[in-house]
Ligand binder design. Structure first.
Ligand SMILES: [Zn+2]
Length: 226
């Protein structure tokens, strides 16, 4: 039996926890990170650190330059929103949304998975804190999984029945941090900030920083990240 799985590793807290959960479940991990033309490389550097520390079988970084399209504060010279209230963050789809990003990432992940004969794909999306993102919803994942089995040779030949695992889907940030801490994840290796300084220090004010801060505070833990 092939117990390999592909895990999308962004370098953030959620994907590091997802990878740790998949390892804990006994999978041999093939980590996939996407250089999508984001405004800084710190999260990709973090992904490399996480992959190495957790002990994955292989870590692949692939480039798909979405900055050619722009349109998001993460891929174009648009200011990252700062100091937003919690209700504001949860309220509507923000300018940091990257058009169809999870669909692109998951498509790359099933391509990699089919190539290595793995049926399991892990992605650290979360429907609680980011209620506004259309591609974080459970119904989106269910539809993608169905599509994956229609779209691949391994799927139509019934050799692989793809499963898209979203272990964090219904967890709050605090619960994610608690789970990862129990599994020994060193969150000091991860990077969440959308708008770090040139040394990679977090701004402390973007949505990603604020959600991370709230998560650690609710979990009663100190954030070891910079
Ligand atoms: Zn930040």
């Amino acid at each position: 039996m092939n117990n390999s799985a592909v895990v999308l590793l962004s370098g953030g807290l959620d994907s590091a926890t997802t990878a740790a959960i998949a390892l804990h479940e006994g999978f041999v991990l093939h980590a996939l990170s996407v250089d999508y033309g984001q405004r800084h490389r710190f999260e990709l550097i973090a992904a490399g650190r996480v992959a190495e520390t957790l002990g994955v079988e292989r870590h692949v970084e692939i480039s798909v330059d979405l900055s050619r399209f722009g349109g998001s504060a993460l891929t174009a010279p648009i200011d990252v929103p700062k100091d937003r209230a919690e209700e504001e963050i949860a309220g509507q789809i923000p300018i940091t949304y990257v058009p169809a990003r999870n669909t692109i990432f998951l498509s790359l992940a099933i391509s990699y998975a089919e190539t290595i004969g793995a049926k399991d794909v892990f992605i650290g999306i979360n429907a609680v804190d980011y209620s506004g993102y259309p591609d974080c919803r459970p119904e989106y994942i269910a539809a993608f999984e169905r599509m994956a089995n229609l779209a691949t040779k391994a799927g139509v030949e019934n050799r692989l029945k793809f499963i898209i695992h979203t272990p964090l889907s219904s967890m709050t940030k605090a619960q994610i941090i608690e789970r990862g801490t129990k599994l020994g994840v060193d969150y000091g290796m991860t990077h969440s900030c959308y708008d770090p300084d040139t040394d990679g220090n977090s701004c402390g004010r973007c949505d990603a920083c604020l959600l991370r801060k709230k998560g650690f505070s609710e979990a009663g833990l100190k954030d070891p990240g910079k």
